[in-house]
Design a protein around this ligand. Structure first.
Ligand code: EPU
Length: 419
């Protein structure tokens, strides 16, 4: 297994560019299943989860061609209804095949994703919504089996604004009979991006990006061309990399509107953020200051930047409090940060982080995608050498992270496992 080796302490300087958003590209690729016609998707990040999604779609009968960051798909011959355990277990986002397969083919069999490192992650709200649209849904032998001759429009009020649940229901409603109104849905920008693509394909959607989305079903969708939005989590990670190292970097492709609460907290920590033609410039002259942060559904502070924020808090002046409200198990990076000297106490969903002047490099292990990014940031600021193992987690969602950081002055390299 590859490792990432970092010699900390180098301030970052220069321009770093953000790739396309993994969590927008995943549902957009899954939405190819909704009908025939060529779909050309640009700015797709070349990360492991997208490769897995490509494999799943190919298995279901979609013709998929990838050329750099462009993915071209044609789904007129989709016949298979099954997303098997072997693929779903490597990527939970495979659940995004459920809504499109069911609404297009009248039946879908998708392996139930298990729990994962960050929490139990049930999909009950996806299933409840589909059942309200008339699907017969059963869970048997580890598979979700859903059937409906044609889904029917319905009013659905979500108990919690689940992101992929909202996406599944939107896609299902596109080909349903009549009007579906979805209430208390997730407002993440990735959902608006999915809706923009679906609209280009001929779907009739109102309210994308708000908590109420109305979809009038149509009988079929056609092909379309779309460019995936920039990755706001990657952008936030780079902004924080600049903040923790105290350099002067500009993050190109960073959309400030997508990172409102994150920017407020980073500025409160004493970091200067300025927007100019090339992107967002990140500078810091004084020490980082302690803050209080609570993760929330969008537009609140994203859970996907919590581990990175904790790295910053570890070296901030004073005591910070970080509360994780989205995933119950998302503190697995804490014991690893302890190995680097951080002072963090966990009390239920709260982490109390007493800032120390400097972290010390150590061998650490990544437990999930965003935890890995948090450890990379800690390593960039630490004294001496940090080696991060199990970086396959990082490769699921960050495109060439070490190369991009190296280009702005980080002393970082990937140590490839010799087999
Ligand atoms: N939940 C339920 N029932 C459901 C669905 C969700 O109880 O049917 C709960 C979950 O257990 C969790 C909360 O609702 O406690 C939020 O889960 P959500 O469904 O919103 O998460 P998700 O759709 O599985 C997406 C992202 C995650 C990101 C979360 C939260 C994709 C492919 N994944 O997951 O991204 O953390 O939203 O913003 O979009 C990542 O990129 O590293 C990642 C984990």
């Amino acid at each position: 297994m590859d490792q990432i080796r970092i010699i900390g302490g180098a301030p970052l300087n220069g321009l770093v560019e953000v790739s396309g958003a993994k969590n927008a590209a995943l549902p957009i690729l899954a939405a190819s299943l909704l009908g025939g016609g060529e779909c050309i998707i640009d700015h797709v990040p070349q990360v492991r989860d997208l490769i897995t999604m490509g494999k799943l779609l190919a298995l279901l009968g979609v013709e998929v061609q990838t050329e750099g960051s462009r993915v071209v798909m044609e789904a007129s011959k989709v016949q298979s209804i099954e997303a098997p355990y072997d693929l779903v277990k490597t990527m939970r986002a495979s659940i995004l095949a459920l809504g499109p397969l069911l609404t297009r083919l009248g039946e879908a069999k998708v392996s139930l994703p298990g729990g994962c490192a960050i929490g139990t992650r049930p999909v009950n709200l996806h299933l409840k919504g589909l059942a309200m649209m008339g699907a017969e849904v059963e869970v048997e032998h580890g598979y979700i089996h859903a059937k409906a001759r044609r889904l029917k429009g319905a009013r659905i009020d979500l108990d919690f604004p689940t992101v992929t649940g909202t996406e599944n229901l939107i896609m299902a409603a596109c080909l349903a009979e009549g009007t579906t109104s979805l209430h208390h849905v997730a407002r993440e920008p990735e959902i608006a991006d999915l809706c923009a693509f679906l609209t280009k394909r001929g779907a009739k959607i109102l309210g994308a990006g708000t908590d109420t989305i109305i979809i009038e079903g149509v009988s079929e969708l056609h092909g379309a061309k779309h460019e995936v939005m920039p990755d706001r989590v990657e952008a936030g990670t780079f902004v924080m990399a600049g903040a923790i190292t105290g350099g002067d970097i500009t993050v190109k492709g960073c959309i400030s509107d997508h990172l409102g609460t994150v920017f407020t907290k980073i500025q409160e920590m004493g970091v200067e953020l300025t927007e100019h033609s090339e992107g967002v410039r990140v500078r810091r002259s004084g020490p980082l200051k302690a803050v209080e942060v609570k993760t929330l559904p969008y537009p609140g502070f994203p859970t996907d930047l919590q581990a990175q924020m904790m790295a910053l808090m570890s070296v901030a002046d004073g005591t910070s409090i970080l509360t994780e409200t989205i995933f119950e198990g998302r503190f697995l990076h804490v014991p690893e940060l302890h190995r680097m000297g951080a002072s963090i106490e966990i009390d239920g969903p709260h982490a109390v982080v007493k800032g120390i002047p400097v972290l010390t490099g150590a061998p650490v292990m990544a437990s999930d995608l965003r935890a890995s990014a948090g450890l990379v940031l800690a390593g960039l600021a630490a004294e001496g050498e940090t080696t991060i193992s199990r970086v396959y987690h990082l490769d699921r969602g960050y495109e060439r992270l070490e190369e991009k950081l190296k280009a702005v002055g980080a002393q970082v390299e990937r140590v490839r496992e010799v087999v």
